[in-house]
Design a protein around this ligand. Structure first.
Ligand code: 6R9
Length: 655
């Protein structure tokens, strides 16, 4: 990738700026909002003072006196002389404050089973699990790999680790044995927590066999702790494997939380990256929890007494860490956790869950929203969604059409949408509207949160003017920033801090509009260079999704002898549309009209599925392989590894 390929030309950027719809916050929400516009002013006057104040939202065993130590950049220390226990902050203190009877988790299993767990019960379960870990020889500083379905034990396991100071490394329940093995090996995990299986798409799906296979390749694991979820037959290794229900049942519900240093490692989470071995992103305790907690309070306007919050992410994604476990629980929220897929047993399952629990705040991903659009407006219309008052989006740029659909069909044309930009590396939300403050713009994450400094720079690192584009950078350290890449400080420096001196390079293209608001344009590796013009995949995809026949699209640049790269688009049609040469021609013309003739895809391929990761990100690299007629590369991080075969079977041979 050359620098020229990364830069985004201003003519291409002008197009998204055509989006002129604006939505003011509902007056009632604004009047009672947790955070008002004053927070921006306060934080810009005294950024560190602002974060010191947010840290005081937590309960510290030893109050920190120092906020930031940036004496050895890019290695930050936040609140370094403070001590706290993360699990105490997420559980015990709410019980001590008299909220033991409040529901922490409404668990909804895919088969329709479920249970509601109060904060008092959660405290007992976390204490028992912590005692079980100790019995298995896990102590402070050890690493624990967690490979579980979306069940309450996933949350309990993470909190039990945090409680005793063990560092967790959660691996997606869908990853292959090889992917799990390399992560266990890299983290040198001593214990693995898994389940016999989980329910997906109406069936029990085994998990433990992947661990059994992974452990033939990775060394150092002493025990495998197995939750019984599906009751399916499970191969057992005597002496190594331990049933969760057996060991936890005999533990005391008392466990005294020890205070850990603010910079004690809380978790490692692996991000795949496009090349090379996965990066183990390391997060520590005090700064991480400060920002996860504050952003959850500010961006979702959470009122713990009355709200019912639901984040549909998987626990194996950073969104599950920060906005199912640490953010909401530190704030004493009542939340829903749903185990399964959105179309089991029917395509209205999400809306049924919203109606059943009276969900007030929903946080999901654009990929899910586009899928719901494809299934049709009539499905959510059958349910009572009037409880919803704030809607969130995360994971990818949200196309303006999907944003509008979300607002109208899910949010009753009233609920504000917070489009939250952040990364595994940032640990918590960085750029987002505030629901009681911001006049929102469909498709834009808009503005760095109070206490966060973000901007857009050109190839030389010069801040671009409003109306121009370039690379997103973060210009000041933030409390929940990654501390390093596990075991590889040099890679941490090279990947994030070397492209622009003294600034964090996020790897995303972005532009600033005339108001200075930020629009994200996708990963810089995905920017296409067509006849000397830089075109972002996000913009072409948005143009395609703006056509009434298209539900989803993925766009890649394929090497082309005449134009350098040629735009190849993969589209999924909406239920009502059928594939025909005329439609394909119409779609090309539509992109030409929306973005200009240079952005017209050379080829449009109609497909039934797109390759996505478990967090819903399109793996354009695999589509490039198809477009360029190569053998398909590594598919181990796909949510569904059969998708590539389906896509290939649907397409005529290359040429
Ligand atoms: C939280 C998460 C990070 C990458 C990030 C960017 C994309 C996430 C976005 C968004 C545009 C948003 N991304 N949120 N792009 N608008 N609101 O997704 O973490 O899995 O590490 O991915 O996701 O490209 O750089 P992670």
């Amino acid at each position: 990738m050359t620098h020229e390929e990364c830069a985004l030309s201003n003519e291409s950027l002008a197009n998204l700026l055509k989006e002129e719809r604006r939505f003011a916050p509902p007056a009632e929400l604004a009047a009672a909002a947790n955070v008002t516009a004053a927070a921006y002013a306060q934080a810009s006057e005294d950024r560190l003072g602002f974060w010191a104040e947010q840290a005081r939202r937590l309960t510290w065993a030893v109050e920190p006196t120092e906020t930031l130590d940036w004496s050895n950049p890019p290695f930050a220390k936040w609140f370094a002389d403070g001590k706290l226990n993360i699990a105490y902050n997420c559980v015990d203190r709410h019980v001590e404050a008299g909220h033991g009877d409040r529901v922490a988790i409404h668990f909804e299993g895919e088969p329709g089973d479920g249970r509601s767990i109060t904060y008092a019960q959660l405290k007992d379960e976390v204490s028992q699990a912590a005692n079980a870990l100790l019995e298995l020889g896990v102590t402070k500083g050890d690493r624990v790999a967690i490979y579980l379905p979306m069940i309450p034990e996933a949350v309990v396991s993470m909190l039990a680790c945090a409680r005793i100071g063990a560092t967790h490394s959660v691996v997606f329940g869908g990853f292959s044995a090889d992917a799990v093995a390399s992560r266990i090996q890299d983290a040198r995990a001593k214990l693995v927590i898994t389940a016999d299986g989980g329910y997906r798409r109406g069936k029990p799906s085994a998990l433990k066999p992947a661990i059994d296979e992974a452990l033939t390749k990775a060394e150092g694991v002493e025990h495998v702790l197995v939750v019984r979820r599906t009751g399916q037959d499970t191969v057992w290794t005597e002496g190594r494997d331990v049933w969760w229900h057996e060991i936890t049942a005999r533990q005391s519900t008392e466990h005294t939380p020890e205070a850990h240093e603010a910079e004690h490692p809380l978790f490692i989470l692996y991000t795949s990256g496009t090349t090379g071995k996965p990066k183990g992103i390391l997060h520590t305790s005090g700064g991480y929890l400060t920002q996860a907690s504050y952003t959850h309070h500010a961006v979702f306007d959470l009122k713990p007494e009355t709200d019912v919050y639901w984040c549909t992410a998987d626990i194996g994604w950073v969104t599950g860490h920060s906005y199912i476990v640490y953010g909401p629980l530190s704030n004493g929220a009542t939340q829903v956790i749903y185990e399964g897929t959105p179309d089991t047993p029917h395509q209205g399952r999400f809306w049924e869950v919203v109606q059943k629990y009276g969900v007030t705040i929903l946080y999901t991903a654009p990929t899910a929203i586009r899928t719901f659009m494809k299934w049709g407006d009539d499905i959510p219309a059958k349910f009572d969604l009037s409880s919803l008052r704030v809607l969130g989006s995360v994971g990818e740029p949200i196309n303006p059409e999907a944003w509008i659909w979300y607002r109208e069909h899910i949010g009753g044309s009233e609920a504000p949408i917070v489009d939250t930009w952040w990364q595994t590396e940032t640990g918590a939300i960085m750029i987002s509207p505030l629901p009681g403050v911001t006049e929102t713009k469909p498709g834009s994450a808009q503005r760095a949160l109070p206490g966060i400094a973000a901007t857009v720079v050109d190839d030389n690192g010069t801040e671009v003017a409003n109306g121009s584009g370039g690379y997103l950078v973060l210009t000041e350290p933030w409390p929940s920033m990654l501390r390093t890449i596990w075991g590889d400080d040099q890679r941490y420096i090279d990947t994030y801090w070397s492209r622009f001196e003294g600034r964090y390079f996020a790897g995303d293209g972005a532009k600033k509009d005339e108001d200075g608001d930020i629009w994200l344009l996708g990963r810089v590796d995905d920017v296409m260079l067509v006849s000397g013009h830089n075109i972002s995949t996000t913009e072409v995809e948005s143009a395609l999704v703006g056509h009434p026949s298209v539900a989803e699209s993925a766009v890649v640049g394929a090497t082309d002898a005449t134009t350098g790269q040629a735009i190849v688009a993969f589209v999924i049609l909406r239920g009502t549309a059928t594939d025909s040469p005329e439609l394909v021609e119409e779609l090309r013309a539509h992109v030409g009209r929306t973005l200009g003739p240079i952005a017209k895809p050379k080829q449009i391929k109609v497909v039934g599925e797109l390759p996505k990761t478990r967090s819903g990100k399109i793996m354009r690299r695999l589509l490039r392989d198809i477009a360029e007629g190569r053998e398909i590369g590594d598919t181990t991080t796909l949510a569904d590894s059969t998708v590539m075969n389906l896509i290939q079977a649907q397409l005529p041979p290359a040429g």
